[in-house]
Design a protein around this ligand. Structure first.
Ligand SMILES: *Cc1c(COP(=O)(O)O)cnc(C)c1O
Length: 450
């Protein structure tokens, strides 16, 4: 019997091996899986500060905070230590019938730092669940208050509130919604205040006021059946970082009060300092009836979300019958490890004077980024707090993937939304890293546009 000499297959690199195993077993989000034949996955083996490091020891600057969650860097020693300490005490207990120190302390501290009399905290594990909780609570409140006709919700054109069926119903981003439209409840999406839609010569403020008039007109007709307006305050993130004037929030609060409609502020992306203030609603001096928080809440460490509501709404449910109980339960509600991560995030905000430090960093980035804002292909360069975005003048349907790939070559993690490029860096970014970010983005842009 002749033995054919075995040809040694060329050994796969560590990255190739990750790629091969991942596509065989992991179904990745927000991706047509076949595209990974052309665009291999980036295998991350560790993180340190703003850097994500791959299997071949290349670092990538995480310019988008790992989908808008990371505030104080990867493998942050202080957050790590708090989670370790909590693990040795108790990792998780159910919150029905039991309670624990981290969830109490987190609720007390959120109550103290959020606007107005928001202060009753209901927990879940992710953002979509938080928006659904707010919708259900609003509806249930009106049922208990004898206004059983209030069963409808209103949101803004281009708003994003998550992708589970309930949260997708109030979302208006075509790519997420189109395919599933037959499964969704009807929802009115009123005119967006995003100033990119303003008429030439119309100020952001004037445009926001015009959008508010449309909301007023809608509720004048439909307030009897409307339970709540749900909005992304100041920045419509997923649609492409659409920014708007705070006057809209102020007017929306007045209009909702006038028509007895709840105002739900979805600060899942913008809460915890992203817009420059701790919460975006503060910039309009308003208190929503419900405030949804997630993403940065745990510094991006662990899945946790919270819905805060007011004394008035809480009191409507305060009774000892189950008809009055808010019936909604997530298994990991109030997870102790996630609460400890969140408490440490709040500690860091205080001890490092983060909001003030961020103002100086934002100024530095704005100065450095004039090479981008004055670029011939760039329009609508915009900034709010620690979020930057600009639109790129291109017909290339694959611009987003191409810029993502070009960014990787320049050691950057940037992931445009269509033709909108944005930065949402962890707050620990240094001036040197800002320079790397801006120059790398410029070179990536030139590589893709030429
Ligand atoms: C990310 C996001 C959500 C959904 O949060 P998930 O944790 O992804 O479910 C909802 N609303 C806004 C504004 C978001 O940015």
């Amino acid at each position: 019997m002749s033995v054919t000499p075995r040809v040694n297959a060329s050994p796969l690199s560590p990255s190739d091996l990750f790629q091969q195993r991942s596509v065989q077993s992991v179904w990745h989000p927000c991706t047509p899986m076949k595209s990974h034949e052309t665009f291999p996955l980036v295998p991350i083996v560790r993180g340190k500060g703003i850097w994500l490091i791959d299997a071949e020891d290349n670092g990538y600057l995480d310019a988008i905070g790992s989908w808008w969650v990371n505030l104080f860097g990867h493998a942050n020693p202080q957050i790590n230590a708090a989670i370790r300490d909590q693990m040795d005490r108790v990792e998780h207990v159910m919150l029905a019938g039991l309670t624990h120190e981290p969830v109490i302390e987190l609720s007390e501290r959120l109550k103290a730092i959020t606007p107005g009399d928001l202060g009753h905290c209901f927990y879940a594990s992710d953002g979509a669940s938080a928006t659904e909780i707010a919708l259900k609570m609003s509806f249930h409140y009106w049922q208990l208050a004898g206004k059983s006709g209030k069963t409808q919700f209103v949101s803004l054109q281009n708003d994003y509130h998550g992708e589970t069926l309930g949260s997708l119903s109030v979302t208006d981003v075509a790519i997420f919604r189109q395919t599933y439209a037959p499964l969704l409840r009807p929802c009115t999406h009123v005119m967006t205040p995003d100033w990119r839609y303003a008429e030439p010569g119309e100020s952001a403020e004037a445009y926001a006021l015009r959008a508010a008039d449309m909301l007023d007109a809608h509720l004048a007709q439909h307030h009897v059946e409307t339970a709540a307006l749900i909005i992304e305050p100041l920045i419509q993130g997923a649609t492409g970082m659409g920014m708007y004037h705070p006057i809209y929030l102020k007017r929306a609060r007045e209009i909702c009060d006038h028509y007895q409609v709840h105002l739900i502020a979805d600060e899942i992306a913008v809460g915890f300092g992203r817009t420059g203030s701790m919460f975006a609603c503060e910039q309009a001096g308003i208190t929503p009836d419900f405030l949804c928080l997630a993403k940065g809440l745990s510094g991006g460490y662990l899945p946790i979300s919270a819905v805060l509501t007011t004394e008035n709404i809480y009191q409507q449910f305060y009774d000892d019958t189950s008809a009055h109980a808010f019936l909604h339960s997530h298994t990991h509600t109030g997870n102790a490890l996630a609460c400890r991560a969140a408490l440490t995030v709040l500690d860091i905000f205080e001890q490092d004077n983060v909001l003030e430090t961020n103002r100086a960093k934002a100024q530095y980035l704005n100065n450095a980024a004039t090479v981008l804002s004055s670029h011939s292909k760039v329009t609508n360069f915009r900034n709010c707090g620690m979020i930057w975005a600009f639109d790129v003048d291109t017909d290339d349907a694959h611009f987003s993937e191409k810029l993502f790939q070009a960014g990787l070559k320049h050691r950057l993690l940037i992931r445009p939304l269509g033709n909108t490029v944005y930065f949402m860096p962890p707050y620990i970014i240094t001036e040197d890293e800002i320079d790397l970010l801006v120059n790398g983005t410029l070179r990536s842009l030139d590589a893709v546009c030429n």
